[in-house]
Design a protein around this ligand. Structure first.
Ligand code: PGA
Length: 302
């Protein structure tokens, strides 16, 4: 809430509107991308894949209609229009359709949770069918604030079940994983991430095309304590290796792996230079107009 109030720019009224270029696929190959540029970029990637950079904003439980309007108008006006980056903002449930109506058409809208399956007598829940029905393209699942908050305590299996159902309804998933501080300190980081990946691997099958993985070390979320580019890259590389060994090389090459945890305009470029970091999931900094600067870190890859 604080960031909405202190962060927005007063000059956001003249939005560009819905005039953007919708990304057709997350595998790059748009005709405007020159051959030389593609060759140079592929050479910088670790495993030969050409993954479209992805930046998700997670507004969490913040905002009001007027704050969202001001923020979205600044995004519509100030962010670049390019197929080199896919951008999605995660709004609170009551504001999903409102946000969709205001936001430029080349950016997607995400929910932050949904029910595990189809609807019925589940008081207070919202299904992926409903999300799709109101034009929601994505849902964030497995966020550590849902895995670890004592009031919620979602299990690996619940999150995996939700993910499979959401995808079956055409809603893509930002699947969040990551270790607690004590797990990192006891050398469990990779094992924890692999356990969380396996829960999904056990039920999803071979098609991961509607998933991006967000690696979010819990100790870095909302703390201002960002993982170093080397720390993040080490885990991202391990995630990609896990995908190659347990799913397929094609899925390992094509799946975007985002870093999340205190990403800011000041640290995003250094992180984006790492070969296995394909974008970000941004919390606090997505509530401010200069989220656009994080979006622009895609330039590190092109
Ligand atoms: P943060 O949150 O950027 O505020 O650390 C990230 C997240 O929770 O996805």
């Amino acid at each position: 809430m604080q960031a909405f109030v202190t962060g927005f720019s007063a000059s956001g009224a003249a939005g560009r509107g819905n005039d953007g270029v919708a990304a057709k696929s997350h595998i790059r190959g748009a005709p405007h991308v020159t051959h030389a540029r593609r060759v140079a970029r592929v050479a910088t990637l670790s495993m030969g894949a050409d993954r479209v950079f992805f930046v998700g904003g997670n507004w969490k439980c913040n905002g009001s209609k007027s704050e969202i309007k001001t923020l979205v108008e600044s995004f519509n006006k100030d962010a670049p229009t390019t197929s080199d980056v896919e951008v999605v903002v995660g709004a609170p449930l009551p504001y999903l359709e409102y946000t969709r109506g205001l936001l430029r058409s080349d950016w997607g809208v995400s929910a932050q949770n949904c029910w595990i399956g189809k609807g019925g007598a589940y008081t207070g829940e919202v299904t992926a069918d409903m999300l799709a029905d109101v034009g929601t393209d994505w849902v964030i699942l497995g966020h550590s604030e849902r895995r670890n908050l004592p009031e919620l305590k979602e299990s690996d299996a619940t999150i995996a079940t939700k993910t499979v159902y959401a995808i079956s309804k055409g809603v893509s998933v930002m699947y969040c994983i990551g270790e607690l501080l004590e797990e990192r300190e006891s050398g469990q980081t990779i094992a924890v991430c692999e356990r969380q990946l396996k829960a999904l691997g056990d039920v999803i099958g071979s098609d991961w095309s509607k998933i991006v993985i967000a690696y979010e070390p819990v100790w870095a979320i909302g703390t201002g304590k960002v993982a170093t580019p080397e720390q993040a890259e080490e885990v991202h590389e391990a995630i990609r290796k896990w995908l190659a060994a347990n799913v397929s090389q094609q899925v390992a090459d094509s799946t975007r792996i985002l870093y999340g945890g205190s990403v800011s305009p000041a640290n995003c470029d250094e992180l984006a230079k790492k070969p296995n970091i394909d974008g970000f999931l941004v919390g606090g900094a997505s509530l401010k107009p200069d989220f656009v600067k994080i979006v622009e870190s895609y330039k590190q890859k092109v």
